[in-house]
Design a protein around this ligand. Sequence first.
Ligand code: PLP
Length: 464
Amino acid sequence: MDLDAFRRAAHTTVDWMADYLRDLGERRVVASVAPGDVRRQLPNEPPREGVPFDRIRSDLDAIILPGMTHWGHPGFFGYFPANHSPPSILAEMVVAAMGAQCMSWQTSPAATELEQVVMEWLRQMLGLPAGFTGVIQDYASTATLVALVTARDQIRGPIDRATVYVSPESHSSVAKGARLAGFRPELVRVVPVDDRYALRADALAAMIAADRVEGLVPAAVVATLGTTSSTAFDPLPAIGPIARDAGAWLHVDAAFAGSAAIVPELAWILDGIEQADSLVFNPHKWLLVNHDCSVYFVRHPERLLRSFGSSAEYLKTQYDSSVVNYRDWGIPLGRRFRALKLWFVIRSYGVAGLQAMIREHVRLGALFAGWVDADPDFVLAAPAPVGLVCFRWAPGAGGPTGEALDDANRLLLERINAPGDLFLTHTVLSGRFVIRLALGHESTTESVVRHVWDRVRTAARDLA
Ligand SMILES: *Cc1c(COP(=O)(O)O)cnc(C)c1O
C-alpha cells in the first residue's frame, strides 16, 4: 500500500470508527452467530494477489463485524468491562504508525521516560506510598505470574517445601501463575472466606502457623481487592502483618477495583497497601484505556530485576547504568509503547474527569443494588461497593428453592439477554447461581441501568 492509498484508506477508516462508536447502541451486544459461521465465509487459502483496501473494508462490514461482541456497547454489563475511549484509540493509531519496539531506553527513550512519568502519575492518583515504582505489563495474569516468580526467587530452601496462600475467590490466574512459577499445586493453600467472600485473616494466620510447624516455607500471600465474582475485599490491613511475620511476599490483585482508588471517598480500597510487595490493576478495565494495559507496582524493583534481568551481549547499551530498561522488568523482551494511551487519556479527561466517571458508575451500581434490595422478590447476593451488583431472583412464598431456583435464575438471565440489547453474565457464590451486573463503560447512563432493572422485573414476571 503506498502512502497516498494509506492516507485515503485511513481517512475513511477513521470515519468508519466514529460511525461505529456513534451507532454502537443499535447493534446486538453479542453476535448472533453459531460456531463456524464466520470461518465458513472466509477462504481457506491465502489470496495470491493483493486486493484494494475497499474490498477488505467491505468484507470487514459484511463478515467480521456481525461476528463481534461489542464490549463498548452501552448495554454490555458482562464479566468486567474492557474499556476504550477516543483518546486511547488515537494513541493506539499513533503507536501503530511509529511501530517502535520499546524494550530498552535506547530503543525509544521517550517511550521509557513517558512510562516512568505516567507510572508516577498513577502512583499519585492511587495514593500509593512514595517507595512504589511501576511498570506496564500486558495483562494482570502476567503481572501476577511475575509476582509469584519473584516471590519464588526470594525463598530460602527448596521450592517443594514452599507454600502460597490464596482465596477460593482469587482469580483463576493466581493458581495458574503459582503452577507456572513451579510451586507444587497441593502447597497452594486455599484460605477460607467469610460471609462477604473476603479472605479470613485469622484462618490465614492459623494455616501459616500449621504449615511452619510442618517445616514448610511460606513464599507468597495473594490478596484480592475486588474479587472477580463479587468484588469482595480481602482485609489487607490484617493480612499485611501476617505475611510479613511469615517472611512471605504479599501480592495484591486489584485488577478491576484498583482504578476506583483514584476517587478520594473510595481510597479505602487500598487501605493497608503500604505493606504489600506488589500490586496490579488494569487501566484497561476501568480507566478508559484500550487493552492491553495492566499496571504493576513493586516496592523493591531490584528484586524484580534479579528475577527478570537479561544480560545478552547484543542487548547491552552504553546507557545501561544510568537508565531504566523495562525489558528487565517482565517476561517478554519486546514491548509495545503502552504508556502513550495512558498519557493521552489522563491528559484528555484529567484526573477530575476520570474520578467523575468512576463516581458515577459507583452511584449507578448503588442505585441498582437499592432497587434489588427493596424488591421482595429479589436478593443481593453480596455487598456491592464498587458498581458490580450480584443478585438473585428469589420469589418468596410458593416459589422454587435450591436447584430449581438456580435453574429459574439461569432462565431469567437468558430472558434478560434474549432481545440482544443487553448482556449480563453470571457467577456462582456459595454454590448458588447468581446474576452479575458489571458497570464501567464511558457510555453507561442511568437510563440504561433503569432499562436493565425494568427488563429484569418484566422477565421475572413472565417466568412466574
Ligand atoms: C480481570 C481480573 C484478572 C485478569 O485480568 P487480565 O488482565 O485479563 O489477566 C485478574 N484478577 C482479577 C481480580 C480480575 O478482576
